[in-house]
Design a binder for this molecule. Structure first.
Ligand SMILES: C[S@@+](CC[C@H](N)C(=O)[O-])C[C@H]1O[C@@H](n2cnc3c(N)ncnc32)[C@H](O)[C@@H]1O
Length: 482
C-alpha cells in the first residue's frame, strides 16, 4: 500500500480488441484503398471470422450494418466530421477518416449508446492507428456526439428553398448530381423524390427466382419466405435469409435475382413477334420464335431465366459476354438448363452472327448502376457525373448492333439498371431516329403494376415497386427496305 503524495501515473492498458469493429474497419479500408465492392469484400471476411470462432450471427449482422451504413452515409458523415475537424478533410489520413466515419455511424445512425460508440471507436483507433491518433479520434467523436443526426442535418444541409438538390442530397446521403439525375428521371415534380431517396437507403430483401421448368416458387416458400409482388417466379426472403440454405438455389434450379430483373426477362419473352416481312402463309402461319440472344449476359441472371423460358417453347438462347471470366459465370448460371443453349465469349458490338439471325434480343447494357444503389452502398460516392457520357457510345453501339442482330418482325429489349435519362430514353430515342425502329408499349407485358408512367418504355422504382430501378424499352427493327 502506498502513502505517497504523488499520484502514480496511469498504468498502460493494452487496447481492447473488438473483432467486429476491426473487421468493419478492414472492409472499409479495402473499399477505400482498392476500390473493392463491399458486397464482395464482406462475405469472405465474415466467413473467416466465423471459421476462427470469433463471430456469431449477431456479430456478423452488426459488422454488416456498420460497413453498409458507414459507406451509404459517407458523404453526409464527411460533411458532419468536417465541422468537427480544424483542417480540410482531404488532409486527414484516409484510415483515420474511415475510423471517424465508422464512429459517426455508430453515434448518429445506430442505437448504440453514445458512450459505447465513442469508447469502442477509440479502442479500435488504438489498435489500428496507434495511441496518438486515437486521441484525435476521441476529440473529434466527442464533438460529433454533441448532437443527434437530425440536429446535425439542420446544421450542415442548406435550406430546401435555397438549394433543394443539396438539401435532399445531404439529408438522404446522395451526391447532388445523383439527386439531380433521379429527379429528372422521376419527371421533375416533387412527387416521390424523398420516398425514392429513402428507399435507396434501405437494405433490399433477398429475392429468389424459381427457374421455370426447374423449380416452382412454392418449393422456395419456406421459413419467412413470401411470394414476390409481381413475378410469378419470385420469392422474397423477408428476414434476410441465406439463399445458400435453399436446396434449389444450391442446385442451380433457382437463383438470387431482383424482381425488376425478372420482369425485364419476362417482358422480352412475352413481347409479340411478327412474321418477317415478305413471308406469306396466311394468318395461321406460325411466327418464328426459335433463337434468342442475350448480348450482355454476364454474370448470367437474366440469361438463366431467358434460357429456361426459351426452353419451354422449344427455343434456344445464345448468351454472349465479352469478358471471359464473366462468360464463365454465365456458363455456370445456365448449367442444367432444360433446353439447348450456347454461351459464347463475344463482343456484341462486333457480332460474330449474321444480321437478322435472332427472334428476340436482350441488351442489358453496362451502365452507372444508379438503379441498384440499395445493393451497392459505396457506388453512389464512387460514381462520377463524367461516367454517364463515358458509357454513352457503348450503350448506343450495343443497341445498334442488337437492332441489326434481330430479324425483321423480331423484338429487342434495351435494359439498364440505371434510371438516368441519358442512359435510358436518350439512347433509345437516338437509335429510333437513326434506324427507324419502332418503340413497342412494354407496359401491357408487365403484370398490373402502378406507376409505370406514360410508356411506351417502362421505368421501375424501388419506392414504388420494391425493385431495383430497372429500365426497359422494347423495339421492333425497321422493316427491311423501310
Ligand atoms: C449490366 S451487365 C449484364 C447483367 C446480366 N444481364 C445479368 O442479368 O446478369 C453488362 C454486361 O455486359 C458485358 N459487356 C460489356 N461490353 C460488352 C460487349 N461489347 N459485348 C458483350 N458484352 C459486353 C459486361 O462485361 C457485363 O457483364
Amino acid at each position: 500500500m502506498s502513502n505517497s503524495p504523488r499520484r502514480p501515473s496511469k498504468p498502460y492498458r493494452r487496447p481492447r480488441k473488438d473483432p467486429v469493429r476491426i473487421l468493419a474497419f478492414e472492409a472499409l479500408r479495402a473499399v477505400d484503398e482498392r476500390d473493392a465492392y463491399a458486397n464482395l469484400v464482406l462475405p469472405p471476411l465474415l466467413d473467416k471470422a466465423r471459421a476462427k470462432g470469433e463471430f456469431d450471427a449477431r456479430d456478423a449482422a452488426l459488422a454488416t450494418e456498420l460497413v453498409y451504413g458507414t459507406l451509404r452515409w459517407q458523404g453526409t458523415y464527411d460533411a458532419i466530421i468536417a465541422e468537427c475537424v480544424d483542417r480540410p478533410l482531404r488532409e486527414v489520413d484516409p484510415p483515420v477518416l474511415d475510423v471517424l466515419s465508422l464512429g459517426a455511424h455508430q453515434l448518429l445512425g445506430t442505437r448504440i449508446p453514445t458512450h459505447a460508440g465513442v469508447s469502442a471507436t477509440v479502442e479500435l483507433a488504438r489498435v489500428v492507428l496507434g495511441d496518438g491518433r486515437a486521441k484525435f479520434v476521441n476529440a473529434v467523436l466527442r464533438k460529433v456526439a454533441a448532437d443527434d443526426l437530425a440536429g446535425w442535418l439542420d446544421k450542415v444541409a442548406p435550406p430546401y428553398d435555397e438549394d433543394p438538390e443539396e438539401h435532399l442530397g445531404i439529408r438522404h446521403a446522395h451526391p447532388r448530381w445523383v439527386v439531380s439525375a433521379l429527379w429528372d428521371a422521376l419527371g421533375g415534380g416533387s412527387a416521390g423524390m424523398e420516398e425514392l431517396l429513402e428507399a435507396d437507403n434501405e437494405r433490399p430483401e433477398v429475392t429468389l427466382v424459381a427457374r421455370p421448368g426447374r423449380s416452382i416458387a412454392d418449393e422456395l416458400l419456406t421459413g419467412d419466405a413470401v411470394p414476390g409482388r409481381w413475378s410469378p417466379y419470385a420469392v422474397r426472403l423477408t428476414e434476410g435469409g441465406d439463399p445458400g440454405e435453399v436446396e434449389a438455389v444450391r442446385e442451380g434450379r433457382a437463383g438470387v435475382q431482383d424482381e425488376g430483373s425478372q420482369l425485364v426477362a419476362l417482358a422480352l419473352a412475352a413481347a409479340p413477334l411478327e412474321p418477317a416481312a415478305g413471308r406469306t402463309g396466311g394468318a395461321e402461319a406460325k411466327v418464328r420464335d426459335e433463337l434468342w440472344l442475350d448480348g450482355c449476359a454476364g454474370p448470367g441472371g437474366k440469361a438463366a431465366l431467358l434460357a429456361a423460358l426459351a426452353a419451354q417453347r422449344g427455343a434456344r438462347l445464345v448468351a454472349a459476354e465479352k469478358q471471359p471470366h464473366r462468360a464463365g459465370l454465365v456458363g455456370r448460371a445456365l448449367e442444367g438448363n432444360p433446353g439447348p443453349y450456347a454461351v459464347v465469349t463475344a463482343d456484341a458490338t462486333r457480332p460474330a452472327w449474321r444480321p437478322g439471325t435472332f427472334d428476340r434480343v436482350l441488351v442489358d447494357v453496362p451502365c452507372t448502376g444508379l438503379g441498384a444503389l440499395r445493393r451497392r452502398p459505396e457506388a453512389r460516392w464512387r460514381r462520377q457525373p463524367e461516367d454517364v457520357p463515358g458509357f454513352a457510345p457503348l450503350q448506343r453501339d450495343l443497341l445498334r448492333q442488337a437492332l441489326n442482330a434481330v430479324r425483321p418482325g423480331g423484338v429487342v429489349g434495351y435494359a439498364t439498371c440505371s434510371p438516368h435519362p441519358a442512359e435510358t430514353r436518350a439512347v433509345v430515342d437516338d437509335l429510333v431516329k437513326e434506324t427507324g425502329a419502332e418503340l413497342l408499349d412494354a407496359r401491357p407485358l408487365l403484370p398490373e403494376m402502378p406507376g409505370l408512367g406514360d410508356g411506351p418504355d417502362v421505368q421501375l422504382w424501388p419506392h414504388l415497386h420494391g425493385t431495383d430501378a430497372m429500365y426497359l424499352a422494347l423495339l421492333r427493327p425497321a422493316a427491311e427496305g423501310g
